[in-house]
Design a protein around this ligand. Structure first.
Ligand SMILES: NC(=O)c1ccc[n+]([C@@H]2O[C@H](COP(=O)([O-])OP(=O)(O)OC[C@H]3O[C@@H](n4cnc5c(N)ncnc54)[C@H](OP(=O)(O)O)[C@@H]3O)[C@@H](O)[C@H]2O)c1
Length: 254
């Protein structure tokens, strides 16, 4: 399904990104990943499927590391594929704090680097390096938190809102490019476990997320990844710039 495809997936060491990269490898894509850690499961999946995988390591909270990573990705992109995907998925929730406690400017800057600056710089590298004649598609993994308020998540909400508006500008500047900022829904990853471990004083909505988990309402990373990838390679991808994967049927549903 993903033969003749080169995919760059950030934040693929675990969670949603790992599921996206794993399914791309299983479908025959050449995959380049980027995170601080790497994934033995992905290495094993690449071996099993005979797919090409390169796991690059970088701390995307650091501005100079983002620039280095962009150069590595430009150099690693193989020529000659029909389709090139960039999935800016790496994300961080921290710092979680009511606005009155947001004194740590460096922590705020790190979050903006991971959630916004990395997507911008990697997109620039991707657009410069991927062959212009190929089918180029960019997915920025956003969040409902960028489109509505959550007390305690001022930084996270602001980064995802920034990612959304950046994506709209990118689309306006590149009318032929397929791009979207896509909210994935509530997914059962480390990020959700981290949310459930929040200090209630700093995150008043804590009980709602504990209930979602207890009631089995979190989607698996695998099912969400499958829905995202089916959408991303479809003809309708990019028609809606600010989008939510829950707007589309699951590919396993009739
Ligand atoms: N889970 C949800 O319910 C949910 C809901 C809405 C939106 N999202 C979004 O979906 C995306 C994936 O989230 P997830 O739930 O899979 O999160 P996760 O399980 O916490 O995984 C986050 C990924 O981002 C990478 N990452 C974090 N900080 C990084 C840094 N400084 N440098 C490089 N990579 C970094 C991590 O890799 P390393 O730690 O190895 O660096 C990891 O691979 C995020 O953009 C998140 O905002 C998730």
């Amino acid at each position: 399904m993903y033969a003749n495809t080169v995919a760059v997936v950030t934040g693929a060491s675990r969670g949603l990104g790992r599921a996206l990269a794993g399914q791309l490898l299983a479908g025959g894509a050449t995959v380049i990943t980027l995170a601080r850690g790497s994934s033995p499961e992905l290495a094993e999946a690449a071996d099993r499927h005979g797919a090409r995988l390169q796991q690059l390591t970088a701390d995307l909270s650091d501005a100079s590391s983002i620039e280095t990573a962009a150069g590595l990705i430009s150099a690693a992109l193989p020529a000659g594929a029909a389709r090139y995907l960039l999935i800016n998925n790496a994300g961080t929730l921290d710092p979680v704090s009511l606005a009155e406690g947001l004194f740590d400017a460096q922590a705020i800057q790190r979050a903006f680097n991971v959630n916004v600056s990395a997507a911008m710089v990697l997109t620039a590298a991707f657009l410069r390096s991927a062959p212009k004649e190929a089918d180029l598609r960019i997915v920025n993994i956003s969040s409902g938190a960028g489109r509505r308020t959550n007390a305690g998540w001022a930084v996270y909400c602001a980064t995802k809102a920034a990612l959304d508006l950046y994506t709209r500008v990118l689309a306006e500047e590149n009318p032929g490019l397929r791009v979207a900022s896509l909210a994935p829904g509530v997914v059962d990853t480390d990020m959700q476990a981290h949310i459930r471990s929040s200090d209630r004083a700093q995150f008043p909505d804590l009980d709602r997320f504990i209930q979602l988990h207890e009631q089995g309402q979190l989607a698996s990373p695998e099912s969400t990844a499958s829905r995202i990838l089916h959408h991303v390679i479809s003809d309708r991808f990019g028609h809606e710039i600010l989008d939510d994967i829950r707007n589309y049927d699951s590919p396993t549903q009739p």
